[in-house]
Design a protein around this ligand. Sequence first.
Ligand code: FPP
Ligand code: MG
Length: 327
Amino acid sequence: MSFELNNAQIRADMGRVDAELRRVLSLSRYSKPIRRVLDYLVQSPGKRLRPLLTVLSYRSVAGDADLPIAVIRLAAAIELIHMASLVHDDIIDAADTRHGHPSFHKQFSVEVAIPVGVLLYSISLKLLSDVGHLEVISRVSRAVDQLCGGELDQVLSRDQFDITVADYLLVLKKKTSALFSLSVWGGVLLAGAANEKGQDAFRFGTSLGLLFQVSDDMLDFTGRADQLLKGGNQDFILGEITLPLIVLLKRLSPADRGKALDIMATRNWDGLQWIGAQLADSGVLEECGILMRRYQVRCEAYLGTLVMTEYSAILAQVVAYISGRGG
Ligand code: FPP
Ligand code: MG
């Protein structure tokens, strides 16, 4: 299932965001070799979900008005932070592929990927200073703080399988929801509606981020290669526990729980088949699906507060698209 963007206005807006990304990633002050490696990121077929949220969130409040350059810059800056985080995350996770292509450090090298991640982040800071809202900078720094904190929580707890669902969801809030909520809140702020809608928009982004990451966790177990566009069972390989396994461990008998923990600790591939069978038989995926639906309902409650326009309708489509990915 892929997300088709049919609305001409939003396509045009996203074209402007893309043009801004191309512009800042091909500045003449960079040498040709640098521009060549940055071009790999421009060409990479990411979903551009976060900038789409900023644009839709802006338009769902402001309607058909001309899109201010500040919205384009904020949307592009958030996408650059996301790109930077993925370049670094793929090194941390030793991931060979991303979006169906070699990951950035596989294509170039870790030595290139580390400074490029920082460069992307610094380009985004320049764009953000041009947005001209101190509150935006402050919120972005909080979001990046959370993004890095969530990633660190996860890396530092590799091979520790005793995390609760609540603690795990807190990690996801930091690792994934922080940028989603920033994207949605930023659109509302630039539309001049932060006082009335800012907090609700932020919460909507949080729920949407959780919906997205839980569906990502489920895809890691259930996804076909064409849905994943990256290696499956990645979390298992890294000794990172995700929601389906946390829920499964709660449900298994003490003996089976011990068996599952042993399989996970030793990365026993044959044992992974057994875990897969337990997941399928024990209703775990259904429980994860129930959680996803809870976040979906929260997202829909926010959408219900918006004036119904073609733009809020596309926001609803984004929610439906993300809801349909994992379960
Ligand atoms: C993907 O998670 C990773 C993240 C959502 C955040 C990564 C954050 C950092 C590496 C901190 C560095 C940040 C900057 C700005 C340089 P995942 O591994 O669960 O998802 P995946 O399956 O898509 O890789
Ligand atoms: Mg990863």
